[in-house]
Design a protein around this ligand. Structure first.
Ligand code: NIG
Ligand code: FE
Length: 413
């Protein structure tokens, strides 16, 4: 068995702790160790601990010096719309001039404008542009990324998105988790009932059997998108095919999607900007992760989700980027952590937990059990950072990048 020893690491955060999603106090334990090392075999963590002890135990192992001072697990981004083409900078500037995201959507912009661009793109272009973005995420320390196929507007273009994702899967070093989101908005040229029928009869079966290995399904529960009843119908149909539900809810309006998603055993409820005590209580009672994405509130200039109250109410909280061309033009999980600390009242420890181990729980079943930690048996996915402390890392959220990123113990950038 060949073992490699990574270190010496000045400060290591292993996120060792509960196997279950972390809530409350357990979100504040990062497993900090000084003068530490990581022993890796077959891409998996064999042991972590003091550099001295590891050197004694694995005397013959190849040593790999770590360039950064501080090491964390690689980020897990549990919510992106990474696959798209086209440019919506015009909409960004219209919003800067005072128009709202919903006003622009009503005038044919927003999600439908990206749907049109995707409809006209080849599988090759879709894959190439997505790969460039995946690479960017890697450089920012995201070693696992969830991607929603969410801009299909016909059976054909949904298939193209999934075909492109299958290509990306073969070409990227990252762990990629695929979600099918047919119920994003009703595409141009479709009636509401026909599109829902198409999702249930054609698109979900296509997604469930596709080589892109789709694990999850998602829907946008919102005024102007889909109602609670419509989302429930779609998610139930997908569940029967083995696709685990997720739900976009309470982004602009609290419609009751949270309670519905929790009752279906959804892996996560995402956004939660408008959620309050009722929704927090439902999440806290459930096994559903609460995924908040402060980049969206930042880009739409809206009040942030009340993450502080969610953690205090016992919700298992995760952070995501929501990276998409409309509401969240930010691929950086460190940016999300910085906003979580500076705008949402999370502690630095809670933000790291939410961006790693808890984010992995929002992808349950589709990723290795201890992903997001650096504990024996976990994938050896980690980042070295050119800083002295976690505080400094978060303080540098607007510009810092890792000095090295490893996936399964292999340096990927
Ligand atoms: O999560 N809310 C729905 N979907 C995305 C936005 C997608 C877009 O504007 O293209 C979101 O914010
Ligand atoms: Fe989203």
């Amino acid at each position: 068995m060949s073992v490699r020893l990574f270190g010496p690491i000045r400060e290591l955060h292993t996120l060792a702790g509960d196997r279950a999603p972390r809530r409350g106090e357990s979100m504040r334990t990062t497993g900090r160790a000084e003068s530490a090392g990581i022993a890796v075999s077959n891409g998996v963590v064999l042991d972590v601990g003091s550099w001295r002890t590891l050197r004694r135990r694995f005397g013959d192992a190849e040593q790999v010096p770590i360039e950064g001072e501080l090491v964390t697990p690689g980020f897990v981004d549990p919510h992106t719309h990474l696959i798209w083409v086209g440019d919506r900078s015009d909409e960004f500037l219209r919003r800067c001039a005072g128009e709202s995201y919903q006003q622009i959507a009503k005038q044919g912009g927003g999600i439908t404008s990206t749907m049109r661009a995707v409809e006209n793109a080849s599988v090759k272009t879709l894959a190439a542009e997505t790969l460039v973005r995946a690479r960017l995420l890697l450089q920012l320390g995201t070693t696992t990324v969830e991607v929603k196929a969410s801009y299909g507007s016909s059976v054909e273009s949904c298939k193209h998105e999934l075909d492109a994702l299958a290509r990306v899967l073969r070409r990227t070093a990252q762990r990629l988790v695929v979600t099918f989101m047919g119920a994003h908005v009703v595409p141009p040229g479709w009636s509401r009932s026909k599109w829902i029928r198409a999702i249930i009869d054609n698109l979900l079966p296509l997604a469930a059997a596709h080589p892109a290995k789709v694990s999850f399904q998602d829907a946008f529960c919102e005024e102007g998108a889909f109602s609670v009843q419509e989302c429930r119908r779609v998610l139930r149909a997908g569940s029967r095919l083995g696709l685990v539900p997720k739900l976009h809810c309470d982004e602009f309006t609290a419609l009751g999607g949270v309670e519905m998603a929790c009752s279906l055993g959804a892996a996560s409820c995402d956004h939660l900007l408008m959620s309050g005590q009722r929704e927090f209580a439902a999440l806290a009672r459930s096994t559903t992760m609460a995924v908040v994405m402060p980049g969206t509130a930042f880009f739409l200039d809206k009040p942030y989700a009340d993450a502080r109250t969610m953690v205090d109410a016992g919700c298992a909280l995760a952070l995501g980027s929501d990276f998409n061309p409309g509401s969240a033009m930010t691929p950086s999980m460190l940016f999300a952590m910085g906003l979580a600390v500076s705008r949402m009242g999370l502690s630095v420890d809670e933000a790291l937990c939410a961006a790693t181990v808890n984010a992995a729980h929002a992808l349950r079943g589709a990723v290795p059990a201890s992903l997001g930690t650096l504990t024996p048996g976990a994938p050896a996915d980690f980042c070295a950072w050119p800083v002295d402390s976690l505080n400094e890392l978060v303080y540098g959220f607007a510009f810092l990048r890792p000095s090295a990123v490893f996936i399964s113990g292999r340096k990927v950038c």
